[in-house]
Write a protein that binds this ligand. Structure first.
Ligand code: ADP
Length: 358
């Protein structure tokens, strides 16, 4: 009876091994102490591993600190069970892009294993790069004619060339407004493609978040007053420092405040604040505005996505949050939104903390 049971168990084990080994995505299973419990064949192939993996620490076998950080951080995270990030791995001199999905599997309430699978998205990345190149070229080509249209229209409106009647003025003003809008769109697209292609260099430095927030909020105070919206900075510690490019972070916060003002009606409140938690600096912009429908909360960070809370007429290009996301991710940070329709939205950014002094 015992023999039958054992051979049944062995057969089951072999079955699971065959299944795991034949999954085409690389799979890595680690334990509490980051020791490798299992690697499927594709994972071994990706990291050129031939040795016996028994009881080896992750970094002993897989010399990839970035991937290790993702898996290790997943251990430390209290609430989240899943982590989804993209990384680049070089294989046979070729850059490959992977989407890393790391999943904590609990056993008897204690942490058991972390199952990490890597999805090859190299092809998708290439298509995305081609698309970005195309958008960048087209935007660039649009710039010169747009500038001359703008100049021509300004001259006509200023009556440098001759007088215009009020009907003509109305028409020209409408065209002028549209070219301005197109200009804004082209500039945003160019900014985005520059960041995407890595052409905009981040100038990393020790960045004092409180100072950045204060100087970013200032230009909005009057606009808020005119709109009868209460714009306030929440109390925060003096020495919250991030490892970041201050100008780019200020751009992102400006964009979030601009949005908060746009989508918060009169008598509303907007609060901006920052705090430290673990290895990260947190920055938030919270409003009591119209909120964002649930199905849009992730999508609004994509290009050209504007939520249904937006009436078609309201200005904006749908690119601000996409640019913000690119900037924050270039800092190894993250950005997301928590929101309730008709109650408000809270945009949250995390940035790596400046480790030595703060
Ligand atoms: P834009 O504001 O130019 O349309 P963004 O990328 O900045 O583009 O924002 C995308 C969409 O996200 C907006 O069109 C709007 O629907 C939604 N959104 C952004 N911020 C807020 C906010 N604070 N409150 C409500 N909706 C928002």
């Amino acid at each position: 009876y015992e023999k039958i049971n054992i051979s049944k168990l062995i057969a089951e084990k072999e079955k699971s091994e065959i299944i795991v080994n034949n999954i085409s995505n690389p799979i890595i299973v680690t334990d509490n102490e980051n020791r490798i419990v299992l690697l499927n064949e594709t994972a071994k192939d990706l990291f050129s591993i031939e040795d016996n993996i028994n009881n080896c620490h992750f970094l002993e076998l897989i010399k990839n600190e970035e991937l290790f950080e993702i898996i290790n951080n997943n251990h430390d995270q209290k609430n989240e069970n899943k982590i989804n990030k993209t990384i680049v791995i070089k294989q046979r001199n070729e850059k490959m892009h992977f989407n890393v999905l790391s999943n904590k599997v609990k056993k008897d309430k204690k942490l058991g294993f972390t199952v990490t699978s890597l999805e090859d998205i190299t092809k998708l990345k290439k298509v995305d790069e081609m698309k970005s190149d195309f958008v960048s070229t087209v935007s660039h080509e649009f710039r010169t004619p747009l500038t001359s249209m703008n100049m021509g229209l300004s001259m006509l409106l200023e009556e440098d060339i001759g007088n215009i009647n009020s009907d003509q003025r109305q028409l020209l003003e409408a065209v002028f407004e549209d070219t301005e809008r197109l200009n804004e769109l082209v500039n945003d697209l160019l900014d985005l493609s520059k960041i995407e292609s890595g052409k905009i260099q981040m100038e990393f430095d020790k960045a004092n978040i409180k100072k950045i927030i204060e100087s970013t909020v200032k230009p909005f105070l009057q606009q808020a007053e005119e709109k009868k919206v209460n714009l306030k900075i929440d109390e925060a510690e003096e020495n919250i420092n991030a490892w970041a490019d201050p100008n780019k972070i200020s751009w992102v916060i400006s964009n979030l405040i601009g949005n908060a003002l746009r989508y918060t009606p009169e008598e509303g409140n907007i609060k901006i604040g920052s705090y430290l938690q673990g290895k990260n600096v947190y920055i938030y912009v919270k409003d009591t505005g119209i909120g964002i429908p649930e199905e849009y909360r992730e999508k609004i960070f994509e290009k050209f996505v504007r939520a249904s809370n937006n009436d078609e007429e309201s200005s904006g290009t749908g690119l601000g949050l996409a640019i913000s996301k690119e900037i924050i991710e270039a800092h190894n940070g993250s950005i997301w939104v928590e929101s309730k329709e008709d109650k408000g939205s809270k945009f949250i950014i995390t940035l790596p903390r400046y480790r030595h002094l703060s």
